[in-house]
Design a protein around this ligand. Structure first.
Ligand SMILES: Cc1cc2nc3c(=O)[nH]c(=O)nc-3n(C[C@H](O)[C@H](O)[C@H](O)COP(=O)(O)OP(=O)(O)OC[C@H]3O[C@@H](n4cnc5c(N)ncnc54)[C@H](O)[C@@H]3O)c2cc1C
Ligand SMILES: Cc1cc2nc3c(=O)[nH]c(=O)nc-3n(C[C@H](O)[C@H](O)[C@H](O)COP(=O)(O)O)c2cc1C
Length: 561
């Protein structure tokens, strides 16, 4: 019933209304009541009221899937709380009933940085999770030696701590949609009354081969972008691949080949017949090809060094080392024993390179920008495996796959963007600018680029200048760190233009950062906060909140390595 004052108002409205208005009100009220009824009548398909979904992500895929799953759960009448593993209160795990974890693997089989605390927590003993009903969706890439390792570990640990699986662990390759969908429906089946928890297998055995598409490209162009006098070598590489499909922001994954000279030395040292064929992943491959193209023989991880020690029956210090050095220090007894060593070697892990071309401007091609990685070991200069391989690439075909990055995308054509990409961080921005140029996008584009010297290290200088002259690039700021006594980096240039930078931010501009994770992206983020504080007249806390909102809205994104 209505309260007395409401009845009075109601009768007042009725008595002052025409017949037409009364009919309209009748329809309006009917509409409201029927929508409410529909809401109340959402069939709750399962007896489960709420679930918690946590995600551990580095590049956003796990978050995307966790959020999609929550939306589906909601449609089934289940309240789903979604939370990053970084923010998840670890003590709550003991109180959970239905708990889902979506987690990717990064580095060399490690959890994403934001999931590390959660990962370490479930690896502790001394607590019991026997009330927990859980399942894990593991994201990874089958090209890595430790496929979905972090997800496997979390699944196993939750089980060890007493948790019960409501659906088996699902491992996904980089084309994860179908497998994730399969996991979603497994969970819903389980929540909808199929309570055969004890019978849940620990893992779904993938029935179909991965849909990840491998391309073989032909080398078109291979030039060192650095000029004489530079301390660096950065290669611009163009590869033709007719049917290649990608979007600006994506990378390619390549499996590098080992140096032939090193393979020859290994063969000479072990006296193995290089042409002997070995069964490897359902194909027959010669020893030479295995060592040259498939197996990792440099900077072996400790777990492989340990296994090496077991085969040669020696106590070997557990530190990363090249196979050739191991063979010199702890030789194998004969060729037969080396065959045992071959069995413990892992596949070469892929390396990713940001695509520097644009599908609109460079159809049928993929361009990359590769810095030759060099470092010193005991005063000897050594080079990174993949970047050295790419630096000496010649006419042979290059195998690669596309690694999508759905977080790092151009916004709508009329939006403004700020790109901060020193060094090889310029690569995706060459793709962005060329794409916007070809599409005639109306949004403004501001580029910050940095390197050591203007004369020798201004990567893509001519293109950048052309884009500036034709107006595709609205603004360009460069920082050449070693052209003056004090070091000047991109973050200093951002601050120098802080007032205008903040104007762009406040008008809705998107900010992209690409290149070295440390220290560059950390310093750039600090400077962004400083600009918001100083030129946006905000407190430190307000500036952090401002940037958090930008992150949430996808207006501040990083692709750093
Ligand atoms: C999303 C993404 C995009 C990327 N985009 C680009 C890009 O556009 N351009 C680009 O140049 N790079 C890019 N990278 C980095 C690239 O993938 C590689 O990591 C980089 O080229 C180094 O690989 P490498 O095989 O040459 O070096 P690795 O052989 O992997 O060596 C890496 C490091 O390991 C150590 N190391 C290796 N071997 C030894 C040894 N024997 N003894 C002691 N230490 C050793 C050294 O510190 C060395 O620097 C990107 C990375 C990611 C994740
Ligand atoms: C540098 C790097 C290292 C990776 N290492 C592994 C690995 O060791 N094992 C694996 O299965 N996947 C590995 N991956 C693949 C990621 O797990 C995969 O791309 C996943 O979809 C990322 O999900 P996320 O966006 O939620 O982090 C790696 C990816 C990158 C970029």
């Amino acid at each position: 019933m209505l309260a007395e004052h409401k009845i009075k108002n109601f009768l007042d409205v009725i008595s002052n209304s025409t017949n037409e208005e009364l009919i309209w009100m009748n329809g309006y009220l009917n509409g409201i009541v029927s929508t409410q009824n529909v809401k109340e009548e959402i069939p709750k398909k399962s007896g489960v009221n709420k679930i918690t979904i946590t995600y551990g992500t580095e590049t956003g895929n796990s978050k995307k899937l966790a959020t999609e799953f929550a939306a589906k759960a909601k449609k089934q009448g289940i309240h789903a709380k979604v939370q990053s593993m970084e923010q998840y209160r670890l003590n709550d795990l003991k109180k959970e009933e239905y708990f889902l974890a979506v987690i990717s693997t990064h580095g060399d089989g490690e959890p994403p940085a934001a999931a590390k605390k959660f990962y370490d927590h479930v690896h502790q003993n001394g607590f019991n999770l026997d009330k927990l009903k859980y399942s894990v969706l593991a994201l990874g890439d089958t090209s890595y030696p430790l496929f979905c390792k972090a997800g496997e570990d979390v699944d196993e640990q939750l089980n060890k701590l007493g948790g019960n699986r409501i659906a088996p662990l699902q491992k996904c390759d980089i084309d994860f949609d179908t497998e994730a969908e399969e996991w979603f429906s497994n969970i819903f089946n389980s929540l909808n009354g199929d309570n055969s928890i004890a019978a849940v297998p620990s893992q779904i055995i993938s029935k179909k081969p991965s849909g990840k598409k491998n391309y073989t490209g032909t080398l078109l162009t291979h030039v060192n972008l650095n000029d004489k006098g530079s301390g660096k070598e950065t290669y611009h590489i163009e590869i033709a691949a007719e049917d290649v499909s990608y979007r600006p922001g994506d990378s390619i994954g390549i499996i590098p080949e080992n140096n032939k000279a090193i393979v020859d030395k290994i063969i000479a040292l072990t006296c193995i017949n290089a042409t002997t064929n070995i069964d490897y992943k359902e194909e027959l491959v010669s020893v030479f090809d295995l060592l040259h193209k498939k197996l990792n023989i440099v900077y072996l991880p400790q777990r492989v060094v340990k296994l090496y020690g077991t085969v040669v029956q020696k106590d070997i210090p557990l530190k990363r080392i090249d196979l050739l050095d191991l063979l010199k220090d702890y030789p194998v007894s004969d060729a037969q024993q080396f065959l045992e060593i071959i069995k413990i070697l892992e596949p070469v892990a892929p390396r990713l390179y940001s695509i520097a071309s644009s599908p609109e401007s460079h159809s049928g091609e993929v361009h990359i920008t590769v810095a030759k990685n060099s470092f010193k070991v005991d005063d000897e200069i050594k080079y990174g495996l993949a970047s050295a391989f790419l630096s000496r690439l010649n006419g042979n075909g290059l195998k690669f796959y596309v690694h999508p990055n759905n977080q790092f995308r151009l916004p709508e054509e009329d939006k403004n963007i700020i790109m901060i990409g020193p060094g090889t961080g310029i690569a995706p921005f060459r793709s962005f600018i060329a794409e916007r140029d070809a599409a005639g996008a109306t949004g403004k584009n501001w580029l910050f680029f940095g390197e050591q010297h203007f004369a020798s290290d201004f990567l893509y200088q001519t293109e950048i200048q052309n884009w500036f002259e034709t107006g595709v690039l609205t603004k360009v700021n460069t920082a050449f760190s070693r052209d003056q006594p004090e070091k000047i980096y991109v973050q200093h240039k951002m601050l120098e233009h802080g007032a205008e930078f903040f104007e762009w931010l406040n008008a809705g501009s998107y900010v992209y950062v690409c290149g070295a994770k440390e220290p560059m992206s950390v310093d750039v983020e600090q400077t962004l906060l400083q600009i918001i504080e100083q030129f946006g007249d905000r407190s430190k806390a307000e500036a952090e909140q401002y940037l958090d909102v930008m992150k949430e809205d996808g207006r501040y994104v990083k692709d750093v390595y």
